[in-house]
Design a binder for this molecule. Structure first.
Ligand code: ATP
Length: 444
């Protein structure tokens, strides 16, 4: 049975992430680098699994969405056209007393320092979030380029090439997963607001007529994905429609997650009108119109966008999965103690199946079994410590199934399967493991 997580959940998650090699500060030996995070062995496996889940959901299972893997640096005019160079900034102010810097739109009272209560604040100023670099031998204004601030702009640049190459007709989408960079003034809340992060975005091109139906369709699809594929509960996610819309937009809604520090944006669903393609048509002087074969009409397609941060998704997954309950222990004088368990959905768990030889004498057979199982699932051979400790270790990294190879296994060709959440154990013949685990992990 779950017990309430004691203490600060965020602190516990940050410390578990570091201790078990999921996520830790970049360049820690130099004191860290604010806003940059590294994903360790288990973290990178989890990240790849979530990426693959999104890609499968958005591209592989749809005939009308195709993929792209573009460069991070693209022609600097891109960011002029998109408005990022001139406008992509946060309005900030500093407290002159405690020197804390705030985003004005996030201050409960823009005249009072949220940290120390002082009214001695600077005038609000705009900070551009684009990260600059130079391309070529000369470091001057002419050679400035930008690390992309969002992964979607290259989709608009490549729209025509992709449409022609894939012979897609409207409506269709182009999806991309990739790094984005923002010089956030106040990176915080672990990976929630980072300076380098990964986005998973899909731009859906359609005719203006019917575009609100597509907006509603994608909003539903994305909410269902969080509920059905990631298991988020109704009380953990909510829709937050934007109060103010960009002049070109017909609608915008955020999907928010209830993090331990409050509701925070996970994903934006935006109706972007014809803004992006019109801007790139204007700045590139290339014709980006679409010819409707049926009506013979030419027009700039309207875009509905779904844009989610991979790092925020992973943080939400941790918040949802972290749990403390009670389990039997072999510690002296205790029958049970608190167990930390990450209840990741089995499909995305970094290790889906751990293989545990009961004794060192069985290491060889267990390793042979692990090799077999690793063709189908993400696996690990866990050989050190008593079996109880190993189960706990696997619980902490969220492994849904442990296969224990014991002395009987040599005779009955079966292993004990221990399930993470219920801690129930079951004897399963090795020959039936694939069927058993496919069913449990993927529901096949
Ligand atoms: P916020 O208001 O929180 O700054 P945003 O509205 O600027 O976010 P978008 O530009 O719509 O965010 O980006 C789409 C998604 O990218 C967000 O929903 C979020 O998941 C992710 N994202 C944006 N900025 C960051 C960041 N600094 N760190 C991590 N993820 C981010």
């Amino acid at each position: 049975m779950d017990i309430q997580v004691q203490g600060d959940l965020m602190e516990k998650i940050v410390s578990l992430c570091k201790r078990r090699g999921f996520i830790f500060q970049s360049s820690e030996i130099y004191g860290g680098f604010n806003g940059f995070w590294d994903y360790g062995p288990y973290g990178s496996m989890l990240k790849k699994a979530v990426e693959q889940l999104w890609w499968n959901e958005m591209v592989e299972t749809r005939n009308n969405v195709v993929g792209l893997d573009s460069t991070i640096i693209c022609h600097p005019k891109t960011w002029k056209a998109s408005g990022h160079v001139d406008r992509f900034g946060d309005i900030m102010c500093d407290c002159k007393d405690c020197k804390t810097r705030f985003r004005v739109d996030q201050m409960p009272d823009p005249k009072t320092c949220t940290n120390c209560g002082s009214h001695n604040l600077t005038e609000p100023r705009e900070f551009n979030l684009m990260m600059k670099t130079y391309v070529g031998p000369v470091f001057d204004e002419e050679h400035i380029a930008y690390l992309r601030a969002e992964s979607c702009q290259p989709i608009f640049l490549d729209f025509n090439l992709i449409r022609i190459a894939t012979r897609q007709q409207l409506p269709f989408g182009i999806a991309q997963i990739g790094k984005a960079f923002r010089n956030e003034i106040t990176p915080r809340m672990f990976t929630f607001r980072s300076r380098e992060f990964t986005q998973m975005e899909m731009e859906f091109f359609c005719a203006d007529e019917g575009s609100m139906d597509w907006f509603n369709y994608w909003r539903e699809q994305r909410v269902n994905y969080y509920k059905n594929k990631l298991g988020f509960r109704d009380d953990e996610i909510r829709l937050h429609p934007h109060d103010k819309l960009a002049h070109y937009a017909k609608a915008a809604v955020d999907i928010e997650f209830l993090f331990p520090f409050g509701w925070g944006e996970l994903e934006g669903i935006h109706h972007r009108g014809t803004w992006d393609l019109s801007q790139h048509q204007k700045f590139s002087e290339q014709n980006l119109e679409y010819l409707d074969q049926a009506t013979g009409k030419r027009f700039i397609p309207t875009v509905v966008e779904t844009s989610v941060g991979l790092d925020r998704t992973i943080l939400a997954i941790f918040c949802h999965a972290y749990c403390e309950d009670k389990a039997p222990t072999q510690k002296e004088g205790m029958d049970e103690d608190v167990r930390i368990v990450l209840r990741f959905p089995a499909r995305i768990a970094p290790i889906q199946v751990a293989v545990l030889p009961l004794s060192k004498k069985l290491n060889e057979q267990a390793e042979m079994l692990q090799k077999k199982v690793s063709s189908y699932y993400r696996t690990e051979l866990d050989v050190t410590g008593n079996i109880g400790k190993r189960y706990r270790r696997q619980d902490e990294i969220g492994t849904p199934f442990c296969l224990t190879y014991d002395f009987e296994s040599d005779n009955d060709n079966a292993v004990t399967v221990r399930e993470r959440d219920s801690m129930a154990q079951e004897r399963v013949p090795i020959a039936e493991l694939k069927k058993y685990l496919d069913n449990k992990i993927y529901g096949w």
